[in-house]
Design a protein around this ligand. Structure first.
Ligand SMILES: Cc1cc2nc3c(=O)[nH]c(=O)nc-3n(C[C@H](O)[C@H](O)[C@H](O)COP(=O)(O)OP(=O)(O)OC[C@H]3O[C@@H](n4cnc5c(N)ncnc54)[C@H](O)[C@@H]3O)c2cc1C
Length: 340
């Protein structure tokens, strides 16, 4: 039922060498009862992995690593205005976005090409180009670790925020998500206000785009801007963009006139990439380094151990804090034991 000493290097997009003490791939929910009982009786801690595109894994992950690979999409209900769709956690996110568009279920087109699984989407409330997934989530069905109790959280209980949810706070690493139910409209004005997307549409003279055109634009922009983890190992943005309240922003702007910022209801969002670039990290040398075109992305072309990535991240956080007084928060989550 479980395997020992399993290599996790192919299962994380940073391609760091990592080993699971014990490992199981979950393909049907009925396996879970036994696996959780087995972990409980052995007092193994449990780590859940999807497609490994937002984790930094240490050399060894003690206990049991569960790879969530359950598949299946069911339309629970559909009328002229919307569809309710339940999706198993192991489905690939981008394939699901495409599936929705093919059926005229709208809203997720701005989130095209985000790597990873459907089950991980609620964890950090994935977002891109002005849209966050939480808006479309009706319920999240999960099991509490390690007792296996079923729990259904509605959108309110998920408490979604910017790259944040209850799954990163009160329920941090305490659940295995089995499926997510989405409510998707069939008519919706596409969201095109995000500057990169708006500029792209303008450059190609696309006026009043439909969801399919937004999807295609997002795919094109992302393919040009972000390194493909299959070619250049990375986990996307390594840090969240800091959000400053009025007073903190005024004092930052006084010391650093011209600091870029996007204002939204939560405050002034400062591009972490700009802060990192100002501190001189956007350079090409080093086995583990900041991407030359995208300072928010740490790349690991030589498949070095996670300790080296953590060390670079620590240097970046220290430099940004010393220069700007801003504490960057890491986006990918860390698991296991780290050795340099
Ligand atoms: C090139 C690139 C671009 C990216 N762009 C974006 C972006 O634009 N916006 C964005 O929001 N993110 C982005 N990401 C981050 C990543 O794609 C998302 O966080 C994605 O949701 C991670 O999915 P995953 O299946 O790979 O999760 P993993 O990396 O396997 O896991 C991430 C976290 O979720 C937990 N988890 C995973 N599955 C489950 C489950 N079934 N039950 C409980 N917990 C689970 C894990 O324990 C871990 O804490 C990007 C990553 C890359 C590599």
């Amino acid at each position: 039922m479980t395997r020992d000493h399993v290599d996790l290097q192919p299962l994380n997009t940073l391609r760091v060498p990592a080993m699971a003490e014990h490992f199981a791939e979950v393909t049907v929910s009925s396996q879970l009862e036994g696996l959780l009982a087995h972990a409980r009786s052995n007092r193994w801690p449990i780590t859940v992995l999807g497609e490994g595109s937002n984790v930094v894994l240490g050399n060894v992950l003690p206990g049991l690593v569960l790879l969530q690979r359950c598949k299946g999409i069911s339309v629970l209900e559909e009328d002229d205005s919307r569809a309710r769709v339940q999706v198993a956690a192991g489905e690939n996110w981008h394939s699901f976005v495409r599936w929705c568009l093919e059926r005229g279920y709208l809203g997720l087109e701005n989130l095209a090409l985000i790597p990873g699984s459907v089950g991980a989407a609620p964890i950090q409330n994935i977002g891109a180009y002005g849209v966050e997934v939480g808006e479309f989530i009706e319920t999240v069905h999960c099991r509490l670790l390690p007792n296996g109790e079923h729990k259904v959280l509605d959108r309110g209980a998920c408490d979604f925020g910017y790259r944040d949810s209850v799954f990163k706070r009160d329920l941090s690493d305490a659940t295995l998500i089995e499926s997510v139910t989405f409510q998707l409209p069939k008519a919706r004005e596409p969201v095109t206000s995000y500057p990169t997307l708006a500029n792209y549409l303008e450059a190609y003279d696309i006026v009043d785009p439909d969801a399919q055109q937004v999807f295609e634009a997002v795919v094109e922009i992302r393919s040009n801007r972000l390194p493909d983890p299959a070619e250049l190992p990375n986990v996307g943005s390594f840090f969240k963009n800091p959000v400053l309240a009025e007073e903190a922003f005024t004092s930052l702007a006084a010391g650093h006139p011209g600091v870029p910022h996007y204002d939204d209801p939560v405050g002034h969002k400062i591009p972490a990439a700009w802060l990192i670039e100002q501190c001189g990290f956007k350079r090409r040398e080093g086995a583990v380094r900041v991407h030359a075109d995208h300072a928010l992305v740490i790349i690991n072309p030589e498949h070095r151990p996670a300790g080296e990535i953590v060390a670079l991240a620590r240097d970046i956080v220290g430099a940004v804090q010393a220069r700007f007084g801003i504490l960057l928060e890491q986006e990918p989550r860390r698991y296991g034991i780290f050795e340099q």
